[in-house]
Design a protein around this ligand. Structure first.
Ligand code: ATP
Ligand code: MG
Length: 747
């Protein structure tokens, strides 16, 4: 690939230009928000290809989301041509899937392995707990899985955990009981071991396994390790501040930094901003970026400080908030874009009025100031805060899209259909096989499942294999055997069918919807919501068809992989197709994005910073970084709002302003309303919040159960989209017919 070097340096400032060209073994681009990190990283890859004559196959580039990977590929394509689409530009998880599909046998994974998501894992953990006589209400599967996830992020495998905390336990012992153990290290170690045993038997992995198993593979098999050391000569990582220990080790292993196979380690470029590290709760370790110079020999750091995204006023606010954090490398963002408009502040009496004001202001921005709805994002600390804004937007007839509500792929009917597909691709997947045994209802209840499962367990067979030997199962009656045999026949037919047309996932989906009767069952249902579910399933087929169109050698396994790796932020429309609707999202999801107008809402103590984080210094520092991320998403206008009272758990609580709000110099904020009724009451020394409880007739909506009380979920919601895209597409993550096929295009 040949390119004029000047073309690749065009429009870059001197530091950016140096970062693109620096030739050395290890480079950290430690840049502040909006300073062009992602842009520089992309140019640097193009530079390596064209100026250092790297082969596209020698490059590994890691991004934080699939959406970011797609964008990077597209930008690379304009710089270097279509070869970009075939390069390894992906998330950590996707890269590991690719490695494990090719070489996973060395760690006991055959090619068609299944990837379990959160819900699958919880299902499996519940089964494991029941097997050992543990009450899932007492020991929550979710808590056990969090503990296991923490272990995996630290690369602690089940063997070492057993050795340390439960040396006498062996997984897979029939009849063993653990119900007497308290929740804690010992019990978790046992459950971890059994959980892994069952994953292995099902030829399945969970999300965290993808990373840990790849590291194990590289450490275990010198030939495989040598292959990747040899292959990847240049490794690039975006958002490095949010890598965890396992990912850090993975980079080292892939680069061959600790190998002695005579190969020079790959050159590693990482990009990040320690002030934007916001994923500690998922195991991210800020020390990875802070210690980069110690960890990587001959490392060089280049700082970028000029910001190209925001106005100086917005940056001053961001600097003021983040500078309160201890122990950070001081850096100051600046721009030559000028001061811009002041930040606008609003203190509402309660959360209802806060939402009313925000929506009214959004409408005003479009009518008077020339912004479009697509220019605007509302960002909040917790998902539950979205409901008020949704209500207000709906009442005002303003189209919106919600990022990260109940996700399409987490809906029951969609999961059921996907479970069928998983079983077709991998019949050894016990969890999914058992999930669909009685979906749709075919008279195979717990007893039928239990009988087969017990036999499978004792004979060391998969559930699927046991179904093939019904006559050998003790206690099998003809009444049970008949529907079980029918199920096995159905699955055999689907599997044979799928093998005949493997390059055609949409036809396989169609066959599943048709032959299993799941659609038929829903169609017959008198429940209105079930009709919306039928539409969701129809949508799944469109998703498969789009995948097919966008993927040259499409397969069922490939399709399932895409489905499994979809992250929250992937529900965002791709750049350039923002469709005139207001975006609602959590601050965590906003990382790496930018909007002309940003509303940061709920700036109160206990809301943001979050209640849980307030007593803990390091968690509070993380909340502060989250505030910094939020502020720096804004390009032209920033709004900060708060409520004097907020309904939580069904009652109204008084709220004081967030300390982050107080950190922003008053001179930067134009307060449209500064004091709330609660503030005035407090000043009078009367803090009885009860008399102000229950505002505006919204008592029926109770925060504590989130969205479930929020009546009409399904298709009716899409009618609010008629302003922009005729009710389809823009309401991605919501109900009924509204699922946005556009956003699932190219995976
Ligand atoms: P974040 O920390 O939020 O991930 P970032 O450092 O990755 O931000 P980019 O997203 O790469 O920043 O860039 C921010 C904005 O500034 C983008 O709109 C980008 O196109 C623009 N930009 C970056 N560098 C330049 C430049 N030299 N000239 C003009 N615009 C630039
Ligand atoms: Mg970026």
């Amino acid at each position: 690939i040949r390119r004029d070097p000047q073309e690749l340096l065009d429009g870059l400032n001197p530091q950016q230009s140096e970062a693109v060209q620096y030739q050395g073994q290890a480079l950290l681009i430690g840049a502040g928000a909006g300073s062009g990190k992602t842009r520089v990283l992309t140019r640097r890859i193009a530079w390596a290809l064209s100026q250092w004559r790297a082969w596209p196959s020698q490059i590994l580039a890691i991004t934080f989301t699939n959406k970011a990977a797609r964008e990077m590929k597209d930008r690379l394509e304009t710089l270097i041509g279509p070869v970009a689409q075939r390069m390894w530009v992906s998330t950590f998880h996707s890269a590991c899937v690719r490695i494990l599909r090719r070489d996973g046998e060395a760690v006991g994974l055959t090619r068609g392995f299944t990837i379990y998501d959160q819900a699958d894992s919880q299902r499996l953990m519940r089964t494991v707990e029941q097997q050992y006589g543990i009450d899932p209400k007492r020991v929550k599967p979710r808590d056990v899985l969090t503990a296991i996830s923490d272990c995996k992020n630290e690369l602690k495998d089940w063997r070492s955990q057993l050795k340390e905390f439960a040396p006498d336990f062996r997984p897979g012992q029939p009849g063993a009981r653990l119900g007497h153990l308290e929740a804690g290290e010992q019990l978790y170690a046992c459950l971890y071991a059994e959980y892994q045993r069952r994953l292995q038997a099902a030829n399945a992995v969970d999300f965290d396994d993808l990373i840990m198993r790849t590291v194990q593979l590289l450490r275990l098999d010198p030939q495989v390790a040598a292959y990747y050391h040899h292959k990847f000569r240049y490794i690039f990582v975006d958002e490095y501040q949010d890598t965890n220990h396992a990912q850090y080790v993975l980079i080292r292993e892939l680069a061959g930094l600790d190998a002695d196979d005579g190969e020079r380690p790959a050159a590693v470029t990482v990009v990040g901003d320690s002030d934007q590290s916001i994923y500690a709760f998922r195991g991210a370790d800020i020390h990875n970026i802070l210690d980069f110079e110690k960890d990587f020999p001959e490392a060089k750091t280049i700082m970028l400080e000029q910001n190209y995204r925001s106005t100086q006023t917005i940056l001053d606010a961001a600097n003021a908030v983040i500078s309160k954090n201890q122990g950070r490398r001081p850096k100051k963002l600046w721009t030559d874009a000028g001061k811009g408009s002041p930040i606008v502040g609003y203190a509402a009496d309660n959360d209802y009025e806060e939402a009313q004001w925000v929506v009214q202001e959004i409408v005003r921005l479009t009518v008077e100031d020339g912004f479009t709805y697509g220019d605007v994002a509302i960002m909040y600390r917790a998902n539950a805060q979205s409901r008020r804004f949704e209500e207000a937007l709906i009442n005002a007839g303003v189209p919106y899209q919600l990022i990260g509500g109940t996700r399409f792929y987490e809906r029951k009917e969609v999961k059921d259909a996907i479970a069928y597909l998983q079983c077709i691709a991998n019949p050894a997947d016990d969890t999914n096989m058992r999930r669909i045994l009685n979906v749709p209802k075919r008279g195979l209840g717990e007893r039928a499942e239990g009988t087969v499962a017990a036999y499978a367990e004792s004979a060391g067979l998969t559930f699927w294999d046991a179904l093939g030997r019904l006559q050998e199962i003790p206690g099998m009656t003809t009444r049970l055997a008949r529907p079980l045999q029918a199920f096995r026949d159905l699955m055999e037919e689907l599997i044979a069918d799928a093998q005949a047309k493997d390059s055609n996932p949409s036809e396989i989906v169609a066959a599943v919807l048709d032959k299993t009767g799941i659609v038929e069952e829903l169609r017959k249902s008198p429940d209105e919501q079930d009709q919306g579910r039928v539409e969701n399933l129809a949508q799944l087929q469109s998703v498969a068809a789009e995948y097919e169109q966008n993927t040259p050698d499409s397969t069922l396994a490939g399709f399932l992989e895409n489905v499994a790796l979809v992250a929250d932020s992937d529900q965002l429309p791709d750049e350039g197709e923002n469709n005139g609707s207001v975006t609602l999202m959590t601050l965590h999801t906003s990382k790496g994005l930018e909007y002309p107008v940003v509303f940061l809402v709920g700036l109160e103590e206990g809301t943001f910073p979050h209640q849980r984080a307030m007593e803990n210094v390091s968690e509070l520092a993380e909340e502060r970084r989250l505030a910094y991320v939020g502020i720096t998403r804004a390009r032209k206008r920033l709004y900060v709002t708060r409520a004097g009272e907020r309904s939580q758990w069904g009652r109204s609580e008084s709220k004081t302003p967030s300390e982050f709000l107080e950190d922003i110099p008053d001179a930067l904020i134009d307060w449209k309303r500064k004091e709330t009724a609660v503030d005035r009451r407090m000043m009078l020394g009367d803090d009885d919040s009860d008399e102000f409880g229950g505002f505006g007739g919204f008592a029926g909506f109770d925060d504590s159960d989130g969205y479930s009380t929020f009546g009409s979920r399904g298709g009716s919601r899409s009618s609010y989209g008629s302003g922009s895209r005729g009710g389809s597409g823009s309401y991605g993550s919501r109900g009924g017919s509204s699922y946005g096929s556009s956003s699932y295009g190219s995976r």
